[in-house]
Design a protein around this ligand. Structure first.
Ligand code: HEM
Ligand SMILES: [Ca+2]
Ligand SMILES: [Ca+2]
Length: 300
């Protein structure tokens, strides 16, 4: 796979601590960068591998495509890169900065810390048209599973990684169709009927579609298992999230992450970290099939 823990130990020993303090200082003034960076890393890895292709500016690059338009946190990567170039010029890749920043984001929201294998190189290709490979929020679990399996990620990885929705928000425009006129003029029947009016109040019909609502109601800033408990209670925000509970193949894992009686319990934080390491190794570029960018938003 080519990556290893401590890749920069000799060439840039302070790399990981520089990145962590950059993420930390941005997080203090704007906590939204934590979910922003976690999602950005996922969207990077699924398109051309974890190679920082998401960071490239320009017409028709990945970041201009619809699934990426609401991504946040680019300034954190740029800031860390500037500091790293001052400390050890030309050594640390933007792909590794993003991978480490995603880990730090989980840690800062009170998830666990884990060792991240590093040594990724940066890609030179970024095409908006490649982003159709990203899973959509209206897709079936079967099709989500296929998209993850194509990268060697199994159903447990899928459920654990989507558990990243324990932090962060969604714009009303991406789920309000579930609240009004979903089937025969009514809301999505998989939603808890008591939850529907609450969400309708937050996202009124013909209201501001860009308004943002926690994906994990009541615990949007904390990396915990509350997201899965919400799914069990019919309180998933995205259609794809609620399907993790309605589909029996994924429900088993939700129950295990919740430690339900009669299930074989799995520790969500531990499994999330394990699945993140797997996802972070998708399509890694090493040696000559990549470069160390000078600025993260442009190829050299
Ligand atoms: C089936 C797969 C997935 C689908 C369909 C999906 C879809 C979405 C959607 C529609 C949003 C709302 C975006 C917005 O309004 O800005 C979102 C947010 C988010 N997603 Fe996912 N996602 C998936 C998997 C993942 C994975 C694997 C991760 C990371 C491990 C992740 C992390 C996040 C985070 C942290 C947010 C909040 C972003 C923010 O607050 O800025 N998602 N996702
Ligand atoms: Ca990429
Ligand atoms: Ca949470």
């Amino acid at each position: 796979q080519g990556t290893r823990v401590g890749f920069y130990a000799r060439t840039c020993p302070r790399a990981e601590s520089i990145i962590r303090s950059a993420v930390q200082s941005h997080f203090r003034s704007n906590p939204n960068i934590a979910p922003g960076l976690l999602r950005m890393h996922f969207h990077d890895c699924f398109v051309q591998g974890c190679d920082a292709s998401i960071l490239i500016d320009g017409p028709n690059t990945e970041k201009t495509a619809p699934p990426n338009r609401l991504l946040r946190g680019y300034e954190v990567i740029d800031d860390a890169k500037t500091q790293l170039e001052a400390a050890c010029p030309g050594v640390v890749s933007c792909a590794d900065i993003l991978t480490l920043a995603a880990r730090d984001s989980v840690f800062l929201t009170r998830g666990i810390n884990w060792a991240v294998p590093t040594g990724r190189r940066d890609g030179r290709v970024s095409l908006a048209s490649d982003t159709t490979i990203l899973p959509g929020f209206r897709e079936s679990i079967d099709s989500q599973n296929q998209k993850f399996a194509a990268f060697g990620l199994n159903t447990q990885d899928l459920v654990a990684l989507v558990g990243g929705h324990t932090i962060g928000t969604s714009a009303c425009q991406l789920f309000s169709y579930r609240l009004y006129n979903f089937t025969n003029g009514g809301p999505d029947p998989t939603m808890n009927p008591a939850f529907v009016p609450q969400l309708q109040a937050l996202c009124p019909q013909n209201g501001d579609g860009s308004r943002r609502i926690d994906l994990d109601t009541g615990s949007g800033n904390r990396f915990d298992t509350s997201f899965f408990a919400n799914l069990r209670n019919g309180r998933g925000i995205l259609e794809s999230d609620q399907k993790l509970w309605t589909d029996p193949s994924t429900r088993t894992f939700v129950q295990r992450f919740l430690g339900e009686r009669g299930s074989r319990p799995l520790n969500f934080n531990v499994e999330f970290a394990r699945s993140m390491v797997k996802m972070s190794n998708i399509g890694v570029k090493t040696s000559t099939n990549g470069e160390i960018r000078r600025i993260c938003s442009a190829i050299n």
